[in-house]
Design a protein around this ligand. Structure first.
Ligand SMILES: *Cc1c(COP(=O)(O)O)cnc(C)c1O
Length: 351
């Protein structure tokens, strides 16, 4: 008998396309004009796996990463230390100081309190300006040049609230941000997220901070032709079942067969982030053949219609339709929720 622990093959996984990720970053970097594109890799790189994503983007030339908190900065420190800039967007609490003081990552200073906390350390930081989103950041009217004397400020940033829309808020935020830059002595300026990059060169400054679009999200029509899908969930058929006319399927019988046909049962469900909004509306596929989700999505199981693919059997794999734009309209979830919600039970397989 061997001592090796037997492997347990997954019944559902996410195929992740390295080339598409890198191509998306390159396309966004190019679209950023004279500015360089960084990468928002918070929330485990929007759920895809931060270490793999950072490694691949660094190899492509990305040198600026944005995480939400110090835990996330620590995750990638072995990759980025001395090689890339890491900014901690949620700032620095008193309780973060023991770690932050010995970390090569920089806090994004979000308030005058945080500024007072960080200034005595003499270490580098970034500054967030509130240009109208009213989430984090220092208000422009509270900025004074002598706040920053002797400080090593790398990036002066602000964040767009509605860059996916064409309303007046974008220009208003741009004005507020520009006014703040008159006072703020930073090495580099940065305003645009993914959608902001598509708003044009006025919004680019020195550095852009795409997140969603790196991972396949398309929030504006200008991005449609340049962004490729990165994450493709796939699931194994663990049972094939024949329904007769009148048979009910799944919780609360949300599908009732009108005629006899086969269904495939997949080992994936809302616990994997494939939420109940896909009930009777999601789609799987085998090659070009569409296999609609029937009935309600359960915690660990989904049923798909096999009428158009009668050759499929237990053990075969099918692809989940997860183009973020399409999946968003099927489920009513935002593209951000769809990508960050993919569960840990799904094996991540980079190709
Ligand atoms: C999340 C985030 C980004 C990236 O936004 P996307 O819309 O995903 O491109 C950029 N900047 C800040 C401050 C963020 O919080």
């Amino acid at each position: 008998m061997s001592d090796e622990v037997p492997i347990i093959p997954p019944t559902a996984k996410i195929r992740l396309d390295s080339d598409a990720l890198v191509a998306n970053w390159r396309a966004l970097d190019k679209m950023s004009g004279k500015a360089k594109a960084g990468a928002a890799v918070k929330a485990n790189a929007y759920g895809l796996g931060v270490r793999d994503v950072v490694q691949k983007l660094m190899a492509a030339g990305c040198t600026d990463f944005f995480v939400a908190n110090w835990q996330e900065a620590r995750e990638i420190e072995y990759l980025t230390a001395g090689k890339a800039s890491v900014s901690v967007l949620n700032g620095v609490r008193q309780a973060d100081l023991p770690f932050a003081l010995q970390s090569p990552a920089k806090p994004v200073i979000n308030s005058l309190e945080q500024l007072a906390r960080w200034r005595p350390t003499g270490k580098a930081c970034d500054i967030m300006i509130n240009s109208g989103m009213n989430r984090l950041g220092i208000n422009p009217e509270n900025l004074e040049a002598d706040h920053f004397v002797g400080m090593a400020i790398d990036i002066a940033m602000s964040h767009l609230a509605s860059a996916d829309e064409d309303g007046p808020q974008n220009a208003a935020q741009l004005d507020q941000y520009r006014a703040a830059l008159e006072i703020l002595p930073a090495k580099r300026n940065s305003l645009a997220n993914s959608a902001g990059i598509a708003l044009g060169s006025d919004y680019h400054f020195d550095l852009t901070r795409p997140g969603l679009s790196l991972y396949g999200g398309v929030q504006r029509p200008e991005l449609e032709a340049v962004i490729e899908q990165v994450a493709m969930p796939q699931a194994e058929i663990i049972q094939v079942r024949s329904l007769r006319a009148g048979d009910k399927l799944g919780y609360n019988a949300q599908y009732i067969a009108e005629e006899s046909h086969d269904v495939g049962i997949l080992a994936m469900g809302y616990a994997d982030g494939y939420l109940r909004g896909f009930s009777n509306s999601g789609m799987f596929a085998d090659g070009g053949i569409v296999l609609p989700v029937l009935g309600r999505v359960s915690m660990d199981l989904i049923a798909i219609d096999l009428t158009e693919a009668p050759q499929l059997k237990e053990g075969d794999w099918v692809d989940c339709e997860y183009d973020l734009g399409i999946a968003s309209s099927q489920s009513g979830l935002s593209q951000y929720e769809l990508i960050t919600g993919l569960g840990n039970r799904l094996a991540r397989q980079w190709t």
